[in-house]
Design a protein around this ligand. Structure first.
Ligand code: 9UX
Length: 72
């Protein structure tokens, strides 16, 4: 089973940040896809909840130096 969730991200200031965040997310076990938009500071991740939690996804983004919070 795969879920999709939207998050708000802080600290992205250039297009390379977007690539970094997407790359980090896509390497995580349990993450099937990730898209991040610089203009809106919003992202969406497709993940398998039995393999990874939202908290772990947030932690991975924050470890990379950004801020993240899921919308719900
Ligand atoms: Mo752009 Mo983002 O030089 O951390 S890669 S600001």
């Amino acid at each position: 089973k795969t879920l999709s969730a939207q998050f708000r991200i802080g600290g992205m200031t250039c297009a390379n940040c977007v690539n970094s965040v997407e790359g980090i997310l896509k390497k995580l076990p349990g993450v099937k896809g990730a898209v991040v938009a610089l203009a809106t500071s919003l992202g969406e991740v497709e993940y398998v909840p039995s393999l990874i939690s939202k908290d772990e996804i947030v932690q991975a983004i924050e470890d990379a130096g950004f801020e993240a919070a899921f919308l719900q």
